[in-house]
Design a protein around this ligand. Structure first.
Ligand code: HEC
Length: 143
């Protein structure tokens, strides 16, 4: 019983570390070096995660389309890390409870997309990414 618990804990820790390493490796650049232990801020999450053809969300879609599952997993892992990190930031505007709820939805959606890439299930990835509601959150919380 206890042994099983310890194992589960270790695995959870390992998962976190792997996710942080993936994030570090994916975004490492000289300017980022001294802030890599910090939680990425909202602007960083938004621009690296969603903005333009170089954003993770686009890279995931492209990799899935090309059935490059390893790439898709790598990108989706970073987006899921962003998903966890977003709610650790304070919203620039709006109600704190609503921010918490929407961040939890975002975390769940990015996590579902990541799981989809692990399962090599294009539909599940699309469903996870499709559950990210940009407008709903921007309307309430973006200045
Ligand atoms: C759970 C909330 C939430 C979701 C979901 C969300 N955003 Fe945002 N986004 C924000 C907030 C809050 C800001 C304002 C950040 C600030 O001004 O500090 C923002 C800002 C942005 C910016 C401007 C970044 C900058 O550098 O000023 C872009 C681009 C953006 N979001 C794109 C998207 C896209 C595309 C999606 C959907 C795929 C999305 N966001 C989903 C909350 C969210």
């Amino acid at each position: 019983m206890l042994r099983k618990l310890i194992r589960v804990n270790l695995m959870a820790m390992f998962g976190m570390v792997a996710m942080m390493l993936a994030y570090g490796a994916a975004t490492a650049s000289p300017q980022d070096k001294d802030k890599k232990d910090e939680v990425p801020d909202i602007k960083e999450i938004m621009s690296k995660g969603h903005k333009g053809s170089d954003a993770y969300i686009t890279k995931i879609k492209d990799a899935v389309k090309g059935e490059k599952w390893e790439d898709a997993q790598k990108y989706a892992k970073t987006l899921a890390f962003f998903g966890e990190a977003l709610g650790k930031n304070k919203a620039p505007k709006g109600d704190a409870d609503s921010w918490k709820t929407l961040c939890e939805k975002y975390a769940a959606a990015t996590k579902a997309a990541y799981k989809g890439t692990e399962d090599k299930d294009a539909k599940a990835v699309a469903k996870g990414l499709g559950a990210i509601n940009c407008g709903e959150c921007h309307k309430l919380h973006k200045k």
